[in-house]
Design a protein around this ligand. Structure first.
Ligand code: GDP
Length: 294
């Protein structure tokens, strides 16, 4: 995960950590290298620029120049700023009482939304809740069958019906979940290859009709800035609570993880780290920052 960024950071800090003294100009040089590394990792340009500015200010304020181990102090500052960039921490799902808690997943086709619906159902069950999924992705022909198969695999009921009307399916799914005494309803909504008006209208109509308690945007981290740009567009139409970043296990760069919070203002709640049902983790910005710095 994010190997190339880790390598680049390591080489920047290696050149500083051996020194007993560093100057303000050493910090500026290092920040220039950090900025290059971030841009190569496909971090949003403004985010990279602001990040380096913040680190530089924090470093000068902390008098890194005067400290005995300036390299280490600077690394700590970078780690704290990376944590802030991806934070705040807090992926606990807020369950309403009386239930069911309605969770809506939105995202582009192929981002891993359907798989994530099942992973999340499995996760909420591990928290002692009774989940139900609703197949509202009527766009992708195989999505309903895929959700049904995943539901069988984890023994979670899936509501689906033959229809072209996603609002109707979502509402009926909700009714069915109430009848089944489900605590949590997960709506797997339609995706498209790109953000378009039709998609946005459809997901916002489903949201209006079902008033979800939480809306998560599922983003494929391997698509870098494309994921961030689509997150920005979804965020303008839906009241997102956070992002679930999938395929982190295959992402060598990290551009989406490092930009999406700063660009949308919405935190990363969960990370998908593999294809299996168990491969969903709470997202911890501090741990991720630590990993990036190696
Ligand atoms: P959807 O079109 O958004 O519903 O996407 P799918 O749920 O069908 O997922 C698309 C592909 O991504 C499938 O092959 C999934 O197994 C895979 N996938 C989903 N999440 C992850 C993840 O976190 N890591 C990896 N490696 N693959 C994933």
């Amino acid at each position: 995960m994010f190997e190339s960024l880790t390598d680049r950071f390591n080489s920047v800090f290696k050149s500083l950590s051996g020194r007993g003294r560093i100057t303000e100009s050493n910090i500026s040089d290092a920040m220039r290298e950090v900025r290059k590394a971030l841009l190569e990792a496909d971090v949003n340009y403004q985010v990279a620029k602001q990040f380096c500015k913040d680190v530089r200010e924090a470093a000068l304020g902390a008098e890194v120049v005067q400290s005995l181990k300036p390299g280490q102090v600077l690394i700590k500052i970078v780690q704290d700023e990376l944590t802030k960039l991806m934070g705040p921490e807090g992926s606990d799902i807020y369950y309403v009482s009386p239930g069911p808690t309605v969770i809506m997943l939105a995202g582009l086709q192929g981002c891993g939304k359907t798989t994530t619906a099942a992973k999340l159902a499995n996760y909420v069950r591990s928290e002692g809740k009774k989940p139900q999924m609703v197949a509202v992705d009527l766009q992708r022909p195989a999505a309903i069958e895929q959700l049904r198969t995943l539901g069988e695999q984890i023994d979670v009921p899936v509501y689906c019906e033959e229809s072209k009307d996603s609002v109707k399916v979502a509402k009926n799914g909700l009714k069915d979940a109430k009848k089944n005494d489900a605590d949590v309803v997960i709506l797997d909504t339609a995706g498209r290859l790109h953000v378009d008006q039709e998609l946005m209208d459809e997901v916002s109509n489903v949201a209006k009709a079902t008033s979800p308690h939480q809306i998560y945007l599922v983003c494929d981290s391997m698509t870098g800035q494309d994921a961030v740009n689509s997150a920005k567009e979804f965020n303008e139409r839906l009241e997102l609570d956070g992002v679930i970043l999938t395929k982190l296990d295959g992402d060598a760069r990290g551009g989406a993880a490092l930009s999406v919070k700063a660009v949308t203002g919405k935190p990363i709640k969960f990370a998908g780290v593999g294809e299996k049902i168990e491969d969903l983790q709470k997202f911890h910005p501090d741990r991720m920052a630590g990993r990036i710095l190696g």
